[in-house]
Structures are given as C-alpha cells and as structure tokens.
Design a protein. Structure first.
Length: 265
C-alpha cells in the first residue's frame, strides 16, 4: 500500500464517500418504496392495474383509497352515468375529498334530468352525502329537482288514495254483476270457451270460468258437493283480487322533505 492510502485525509475521504454512498442508496430505496415523484400511471402498472375507466370504477366500488388516489392524480374523471352509483355506494368522506382535490368530479356530472333527480332524495339521512352534493352541485338545481320529485310523489299518493276510496264501490259492482249470472250460464260458458291449455284471467268473470273449468276437469269434490257455494266463493275472490287495495309508502315523502330541508339551508 502506498503512502497516500495511509494518510488521514485519504482515509477521511473514503469514510465520507462511504457515507454518501449509504445516503444515496437509502434515498433510492425510499424512492422505490414510497414512489416519490413517480408517475401514478406507472405505479398503477407496477401494481398490475390497467389504466382504464372500468378499473377506476372497480377501485371505487372496493373503496380502495390508494388506487382511487392514483387514478385521480393521473387525471381520471368520474362520468355522469356513474354519479348516482357513486353517491349511493362508493362515496366515503376520504374518497370524496380525494376526487375533489384532483378535479375528478365536477358539478357538470350532477343529474338535472327528471329521471335521475331521485338521487337527491334517497340518501336516508346520510348527512355527509348531502353536504358533498351541496358542495359539488348547483344547489338551486338540486332544490328544484327535489321540489319536482315532491310534487310527483304527492300526486302518486293522491291517486292511490282516490283509487282506494273508489275501490269498495267497484268491488260491490263486480260482485253484483257476477252473482246475477245463473249457475247454468257459467257451466255453458265453460263448455263453450274454456281451454285448459290457454288460461285467460283478465277479468273477474274469466277467472271464475277458469276456476270452474279446472275443478270440473279434476273432478273436484268441492264443486260437486255444493256448486253454488263454490262459484260464490270464486266470485268473491275474483272481485277482491281484481281490485286489490293499494299502498303508498309514506316514508317517500318524509325522505323528500328531509332532503328539501337540507338543500334549503
């Protein structure tokens, strides 16, 4: 070994070089591990995830915040066609914030057509979703949409109530009409029109004819034992089932009013 290699200065230089090499290798390791300044598309590729809209939606559906963030950073945008699904099923506070931060969502995708306005009334009290929509969408458009939905539901409720009010009269009219038909006429109609392979029950009378035909073909003891009672029972069933009582889900209007109050603040 020469004299220079034994000098204190040379030894110090070797130590500094070794230290710098260690620091450099550490920085490179951190770069590889943490992905500092790495292209998010490259990171997705390294993870085996293709750059595609369907992969982005899949990450949203699985609430994979890391993958969603990479897509968002790389410029992927949520489409209007997926807005409702996003709000209903994919939105979490952190994912929502990430998409807003990188402009992956914008007010342009908020529904304004009548068929999709229901999204604004179906959140069932999930306050952070209301707040997210208020932040993202045009509140006046949302509020108008909620009001339209409320008007529609009030009309639906009114129609159900009107139908139920008239229902009893229609049932009584049906019963009166069918009970006035002689038993022999029912039997005659069965013989002339009933076809076992073609069951038609569009009207209460057709239902009764069909039930008589089936019972006669199967030699039912019930119809043979008491034809009048059998036919009367079928008439009652026919009229009741032809005019079933309708129900309206009152919770619909409750939720819409809740939404209206949220978007009116």
């Amino acid at each position: 070994m020469d004299v220079q290699s034994k000098s204190p200065v040379f030894t110090r230089w070797l130590n500094i070089s070794a230290l710098l090499a260690t620091i450099l290798s550490t920085v490179i390791a951190l770069y590889l591990v943490l992905g500092i300044n790495k292209d998010p598309r490259e990171e997705l590729a390294l993870k085996g995830i293709p750059w595609s809209y369907s992969s982005f939606i899949n990450a949203l559906s699985e609430h994979d915040e890391v993958i969603v963030a990479l897509f968002s950073e790389a410029g992927m945008k949520l489409r209007r066609s997926d807005f409702n699904r996003f709000i209903y099923h994919y939105l979490t506070p952190s994912i929502g914030a990430t998409l807003l931060e990188h402009d992956s969502v914008s007010g342009e995708i908020c529904p304004t057509d009548y068929e999709n306005l229901f999204i604004y009334t179906e959140l069932r009290g999930e306050l952070f979703k209301y707040e997210y929509i208020k932040r993202l969408c045009d509140t006046s458009v949302v509020k108008n949409g909620v009001l339209e939905t409320l008007n529609y539901e009030n009309e639906q409720k009114s129609q159900v109530e009107k139908y139920n009010t008239l229902r009893e009269g229609k049932i009584q009219s049906c019963l009166s009409e069918l009970k006035s038909v002689p038993i022999n006429e029912f039997y005659k109609e069965v013989i002339e029109t009933y076809t076992p392979t073609q069951i038609v029950e569009n009207t209460p009378r057709q239902y009764v004819i069909s039930e008589i035909g089936i019972s006669l073909l199967t030699s039912s003891k019930e119809i043979n034992r008491n034809p009048s009672k059998f036919i009367l029972d079928k008439i009652n069933v026919a009229c009741e089932s032809h005019y079933p009582k309708k129900k309206y889900d009152q919770d619909r209007i409750v939720h819409i009013n809740d939404a209206l109050s949220m978007f009116s603040i």
